[in-house]
Design a protein around this ligand. Structure first.
Ligand SMILES: Nc1ncnc2c1ncn2[C@@H]1O[C@H](COP(=O)(O)OP(=O)(O)OP(=O)(O)O)[C@@H](O)[C@H]1O
Ligand SMILES: O=P(O)(O)OC[C@H]1O[C@H](OP(=O)(O)OP(=O)(O)O)[C@H](O)[C@@H]1O
Ligand SMILES: [Mg+2]
Length: 282
């Protein structure tokens, strides 16, 4: 039977969220020390790899789909499809200098040595900005470089900024914003494509569920129109037997939740309930 091969990071920043995403998609697997395993209930084989290798494996069709940072796809200059942005592994690729570096503008980096794990992206940025700096490629612990005298600046991934802070570095320029993406081999055969399509639908259903909430409220007819116009989509309106009250059910995007709830309360909405959504298919 045909089986979709998915490449995931073996360990590191993307591992837990990638496994969680597959589980939320109903894909069960046994996790252990093995570097590849078959799902117990879905035609899928999971390959656990170093994240640096994933774009090449996808480009070559060794794996059909994969989860990797967008930063790595661009860094490795791979011409592979980005199917979905996954909402985790959010970070930025930034240039940072020691706290005592007197930085005012990009020209201050001229002729400086910059250590980075992303030489392609850094080099393109420097070229575009017409800065002639020396790139020193290292694959990890980049933030140590200025402290051990091998560079004047660094260009590495940042999310909380804690690593920069504890290494006495300050962020000066952001080159790229990144997050984990689902990527795919562009020439997948049709039997694999049909499995991949099922996976994409499931992922979209999980993503929608993660970013939306189910809202229930009670209201009277007085402000019903304003209440409904405050809710997007097509809310369900249910008269409550023998009362002037009406129940309204709606889907609400989490990022607008609190502002909308406050507005709805001002409009007279009562008994508001916000519930998580498990899956959302449209
Ligand atoms: N601090 C961070 N916060 C959020 N996401 C990050 C962070 N650092 C990196 N990422 C994202 O996670 C990906 C993997 O980062 P990680 O640091 O685990 O890589 P690695 O050490 O090179 O792992 P590997 O052993 O697989 O080569 C990065 O390419 C990036 O997309
Ligand atoms: O801004 P922060 O939240 O401090 O995150 C930034 C750090 O995270 C990544 O490394 P990671 O911790 O994944 O370890 P690694 O060097 O082994 O890849 C990245 O390379 C930075 O060093
Ligand atoms: Mg890596």
């Amino acid at each position: 039977m045909e089986c979709l091969k998915i490449a995931l990071q073996k360990s590191g920043r993307l591992y837990t969220d990638s496994i969680e995403l597959l589980k939320d998609c109903g894909i069960e697997m046994n996790l252990g020390k093995q570097l590849n395993t078959k799902s117990l209930n879905f035609p899928m084989e999971i390959l656990f790899l170093r994240d640096d290798d994933i774009p090449k494996y996808i480009e070559d069709g060794v794996a059909d789909v994969g989860i990797v940072g967008k930063n790595l796809i661009l860094e490795k200059k791979k011409n592979i499809n980005i199917i979905e942005y996954l909402g985790f592994g959010r970070c930025r690729l930034s240039i940072a200098v020691p706290e005592n570096f007197h930085y005012t503008r990009l020209d201050d980096l001229d002729e400086k040595r910059i250590a980075t794990s992303h030489p392609t992206l850094l080099s393109a940025f420097l070229k575009k900005s017409q800065i002639k700096a020396h790139i020193h490629h290292i694959s990890g612990s980049v933030e140590i470089a200025p402290n051990i005298g091998i560079s004047d600046a660094v260009c590495d991934l940042v999310s909380s900024g804690e690593t920069l802070f504890i290494n006495n570095l300050k962020e000066i320029e952001t080159i790229l914003e990144s997050e984990a993406v689902l990527t795919s081999y562009p020439h997948m055969k049709s039997s694999k494509k049909s499995i991949a399509e099922i996976l994409y639908c499931r992922i979209q259903a999980v993503k929608r569920a993660r970013t939306n909430k189910y809202l229930i409220l009670n209201a009277t007819n007085d402000n019903l129109e304003e209440i409904l116009s405050c809710l997007s989509g097509s809310p369900t309106v249910l008269p409550l037997n023998n009362t002037k009250w009406i129940a309204v059910h709606a889907i609400i995007e989490e990022r607008y939740l609190w502002n909308k709830i406050e507005k709805l309360k001002r409009l007279g909405a009562k008994d508001l309930l916000v519930l998580p959504i498990k899956k959302m298919m449209i």
